[in-house]
Design a binder for this molecule. Structure first.
Ligand SMILES: C[S@@+](CC[C@H](N)C(=O)[O-])C[C@H]1O[C@@H](n2cnc3c(N)ncnc32)[C@H](O)[C@@H]1O
Length: 361
């Protein structure tokens, strides 16, 4: 009797081992990122910066339990984040690593590690959506998302918004300086709005978002800074007011997770005065997967999309554009909304995003 089974493919055991190693690396990276997040949240990196320490010294400095600190240091040392001198049993945070793990500027990448744990909190619901469609709504991610998103964008806004990002759009700082009416749609905690309101006192700014907890933070910050030219309104931005018109509308990292992105873009177009500008900062990628295969940031973007940006849109019966909608589709959708004059610029210090400057004719 002859077998009906196809012949077993010959396995390249070297490739199996190599791939198994890669999977272990992924698992290790995921776990280590939680420990980096713990270091960020407990102040361990700050406590270690500048002076080497044994686990006991570091625990004292950070006011933490020594046994936990010692195990954490083991992970940090073997994970290549701190160095260890077996002779003195002292740990050191190299200054080059401290640049990426400390401080309030955009070079501190530690806040991004918190997103790994946060986005993993809803996997059961997400898997239900894989099976039956729909998605995990934005509300399920809050209030933690509000905090984490703020942590990821605040440093970039502080470092670059006024001095680096706005100036990439020709004439924009001058317009804002002269005094315009501006909106920031999907403003989250509104730090971008408050920074612009402080830098351009002759202009007025309204921040819109669906999230009341995020808007409350924006209002509190504006109040503390004594900014008279800023306000925050809870609104689904498909209802963005068209009268009186805005001279400038900003959208930072929000169009791709809209339930109705096409309607929002049309509404922005209609809400702008003739000659007004829509400044859309959104992810930098290509629309076609084939063009993203060599993009080192693409796995991060597709993963964040699956775990958050796409699913929050699908949860509202939305388009589910996802984080990687890409420049080609963005240009098509902007043109469909009436924006025929679109320029795309790099974002200083931020390889993940691009700025689309779209003028209303
Ligand atoms: C990825 S966060 C970006 C927040 C902020 N712009 C930043 O860069 O830190 C997207 C924000 O858009 C808001 N958002 C999403 N869809 C919205 C809608 N239809 N109307 C108003 N806000 C919306 C979310 O609540 C969230 O705060």
């Amino acid at each position: 009797m002859t077998s009906t089974h196809p012949p077993e493919p010959t396995l390249d055991t070297g490739k199996v081992e190599e791939f198994a190693g890669r999977l272990f690396e992924l698992t290790t990276g995921g776990l280590l990122s939680h420990l980096v997040g713990i270091g960020h949240r407990t102040g361990l990196f700050d406590a270690l910066a500048g002076a080497s320490a044994t686990s006991a010294e570091l625990a004292r400095r950070a006011n933490l339990d020594e046994r936990y600190v010692r195990e954490w240091l083991g992970a940090m040392a073997t994970g290549g984040i701190v160095t260890y001198d077996p002779a003195t049993k002292a740990f050191t945070l190299p200054p080059e690593h401290a640049v990426c793990l400390r401080g309030s500027t955009s070079t501190n990448l530690a806040p991004f590690t918190l997103a790994v744990a946060h986005l993993g909190e809803h996997l059961d619901e997400l898997i239900e959506a894989f099976r039956h469609g729909g998605g995990v709504p934005y509300e399920r991610f809050r209030p933690r998302f509000t905090e984490i998103m703020d942590g990821m964008s605040r440093g970039l806004f502080d470092d670059q918004l006024v001095s680096g990002i706005l100036p990439v759009v020709p004439g924009l700082p001058e317009q804002l300086g002269e005094g315009v009416r501006a909106a920031d749609i999907g403003c989250g905690t509104g730090h971008s709005v408050n920074l612009m309101a402080a830098a351009y006192p002759a202009s007025t700014f309204v921040g819109y978002d669906l999230a009341p907890d995020a808007l409350a933070r924006g209002r509190a910050e504006a109040g503390e800074a004594g900014l008279p030219n800023v306000s925050f309104t809870e609104l689904d931005v498909v209802e963005l007011p068209t009268e009186p018109p805005f001279d400038v509308v900003f959208a930072f990292d929000t169009i791709h997770d809209q339930a109705e992105p096409a309607r929002v873009l049309s509404r922005v177009h209609d809400a702008l005065a003739p000659g007004g500008v829509f400044v859309m900062m959104d992810t930098r990628a290509a629309t076609d997967l084939a063009d993203n295969l060599d993009n080192p940031f693409a796995p991060l973007l597709y993963s964040v999309s699956t775990l958050h940006c796409m699913t929050v849109s699908l949860a509202r019966g939305g388009a589910g554009l996802g984080t990687v909608w890409g420049e080609q589709l963005a240009r098509t959708m902007l043109a469909d909304a009436g924006f025929t004059d679109v320029e795309v610029y790099d974002v200083p210090d931020d390889p993940l995003d691009a700025v689309y400057a779209c003028r209303r004719p």
